[in-house]
Design a protein around this ligand. Structure first.
Ligand SMILES: NC(=O)c1ccc[n+]([C@@H]2O[C@H](COP(=O)([O-])OP(=O)(O)OC[C@H]3O[C@@H](n4cnc5c(N)ncnc54)[C@H](OP(=O)(O)O)[C@@H]3O)[C@@H](O)[C@H]2O)c1
Length: 244
């Protein structure tokens, strides 16, 4: 069980959706959980429920990562915070969509991992869990978001080679559609429900269970990649648009 192996975890993007569910499930297993996000009111409500410690940190503030979060010693780091902007495609995206999506989904993950990994390696004990996406594995017609998650896919794979022998584990979890605020952030209130309408989307708990599955494995086992799809969401096929 994870509480025997790991005592503590830091979860980013804990104020909502998948991150919130991960905090609940890791707390329920007895880990001391450090919960990170910008919306402190949501974090405080989660703390009242689970006993997690809260950190109102904007992950785009790289100094805050090194000055505040790097001081926390944990066994498990869950890089979950993320968002998708410019999801209707690069041609119609705003200029800032590229910067915000890359900075949040890629640069913040690299900085926070860089800040926490050396301690884990020195202790020969730790686990990095990156919440990526099927968008990082397959084309899904969202080039900015897909590029960031593709980067996390190879970041995770490369990291395992770099830290081989350290006993630190790296797991990438690639969800398909999960019913969360992700789509409100991506498409706005009016279209927030469209992407999860008409089929049973995954729940945040479905992904949190995958996290628990990976951390619960005995030390000799590294769950490298888990892909989780709704039964009714199929990825792939060839799209054709008729032209004149
Ligand atoms: N929902 C899906 O279908 C789906 C599918 C595949 C992968 N994912 C991935 O799953 C992860 C979690 O997404 P979700 O679906 O749970 O969406 P969500 O409900 O919108 O949660 C996103 C979380 O990220 C945090 N966050 C965003 N920018 C941040 C920043 N600059 N600093 C600190 N925290 C920040 C948000 O907190 P604050 O706003 O309070 O800061 C929030 O807690 C993301 O990496 C997403 O790409 C989601």
């Amino acid at each position: 069980m994870s509480q025997d192996q790991y005592k503590s975890a830091l979860v980013t993007g804990a104020s909502s959706g998948i991150g919130e569910a991960i905090v609940r499930q890791l707390s329920a297993k007895g880990l001391e959980v450090h919960a990170v996000a910008r919306r402190t009111d949501k974090l405080e409500a989660l703390a009242a429920e689970t006993g997690c410690k809260t950190y109102g940190v904007d992950l785009l503030d790289t100094d805050a990562i090194y000055d505040t979060l790097s001081k926390i010693e944990v066994d498990v780091l869950v890089n979950n915070a993320g968002l998708g902007l410019g999801m209707d495609g690069l041609p119609t995206s705003e200029r800032g969509d590229i910067d915000t999506t890359v900075d949040t989904n890629v640069k913040a993950v690299m900085h926070l991992t860089r800040a926490m990994l050396p301690g884990m390696m020195a202790r020969k004990h730790g686990h990095i869990i990156n919440i990526s996406s099927v968008a990082g594995l397959y084309p899904i017609k969202a080039s900015i978001y897909g590029a960031t998650k593709g980067a996390i896919h190879l970041f995770s794979q490369n990291l395992r080679i770099e830290i081989q022998g350290s006993k630190v584990r790296v797991t990438e979890i690639c969800p398909a559609r999960v019913g969360t605020d992700f789509f409100r952030v991506a498409f706005g209130e009016a279209r927030a429900k469209d992407p999860v309408k008409g089929f049973k989307a995954l729940t945040p708990d479905d992904i949190a269970e995958a996290v628990v599955f990976a951390v619960d494995k005995p030390q000799r086992v590294n769950i490298s990649l888990i892909e989780v799809c709704p039964t009714e969401q199929i990825i792939g096929g060839v799209g054709i648009v008729e032209t004149d």
